[in-house]
Design a binder for this molecule. Sequence first.
Ligand code: NAP
Length: 343
Amino acid sequence: MPETVLVIGGTGAQGVPVVKALASDGKYAVRVLTRSASSPEAKELAAIPGVTIFEGDSYYEPTLLKAFEGVSYLFANTNGFAIGEKAEIYWGTRLYELSRQFGLKHFLYAGLEYASRLGNFNAKYRTGHLDGKGKVVDYIAAQPTEPMAWSVLTSCLYIEGLSELLRPFPNPSDPETMVFALPIGNAKMPLIYLEDYGSYARWLFDHPERSNGLELHVGTEDVAWRDVAAAFTEVTGKKAIYKDVTLDEYFSLGIFPEPDAIVGRSAGGGNDPTLFTFRQNFSGFWNTWKDELTKRDYALLDEILPTRVKSVKEWMVKVGYTGEPSSVLKDYRDQGFFANNKQ
Ligand SMILES: NC(=O)c1ccc[n+]([C@@H]2O[C@H](COP(=O)([O-])OP(=O)(O)OC[C@H]3O[C@@H](n4cnc5c(N)ncnc54)[C@H](OP(=O)(O)O)[C@@H]3O)[C@@H](O)[C@H]2O)c1
């Protein structure tokens, strides 16, 4: 009998490839916790042998007490954009406690960088959706590695975002040229191919002798945006440039239809004064990458996943990238955010 992995966030952009990697060969049974078993994402996963859908709210204790029954492993990607930093810290630590309470073998947390600490607590780096997960990672790292193993899989921007939040726009003065406009100067930053992300999650569960107590920072490549534009031209034959913009210019591009909307509306309905706006979140976020506060160990990633996609250009060729918009984040699809974003 395969043992069960409970997956929190399994219907999301990040969770789907994790569920697929875990369910690829029958070694694990996968239980996906979702608010709706009838969403297209949940239905697609339910059709995979070994995957079952468990309907309920991931941020509600009575649901979790039922969802944890009979489980041996947990993969948790809490949704900081849905619940805000404060609730993300609460639920990340609570999920660890429940995992111990239910006698799980291995706890795998989907982490992000603790940007504030990396930036010596300078306010310019403060990013709710990074710091919340970063604080949970510190809590997890303070726990023993037995009787339950723990691992952290720290990611970065999804490479798939090149078709959504990171996509190029036609240059208004020369529509034949596509413009990648970001407030990141000449810095190199990591992007991660989500199918490989799923393979890393699988590797962490399969290799507790190496992964117990490990915080694995993954990425496909640390890339400068002028090189993303150059790769786009090489692969598609279309002209492209990178434009370094200020944060104010970036937020006026229409990438976020409402830059001053509150992030984390599921916690306190937007009235919680600790919640950030998109502008606040992504100012800290881009400052963190612009100042190159963190680096990946690509030699280690090559060793763990020799078949990994190793560059943005390789990814563009592999998926037939055109620069055309397409949906990546479930939450944005659900809110009509993407469909309403005309830019
Ligand atoms: N965008 C990026 O490049 C990136 C990179 C690294 C990390 N992250 C982090 O990943 C997290 C988001 O996951 P994702 O990228 O997979 O996003 P997504 O595609 O929008 O998926 C959202 C996930 O959150 C779940 N969820 C549970 N309660 C929710 C609620 N009240 N409102 C909205 N969604 C809820 C959804 O499940 P159901 O709808 O099925 O219930 C779904 O599984 C965030 O913490 C973000 O910081 C994002």
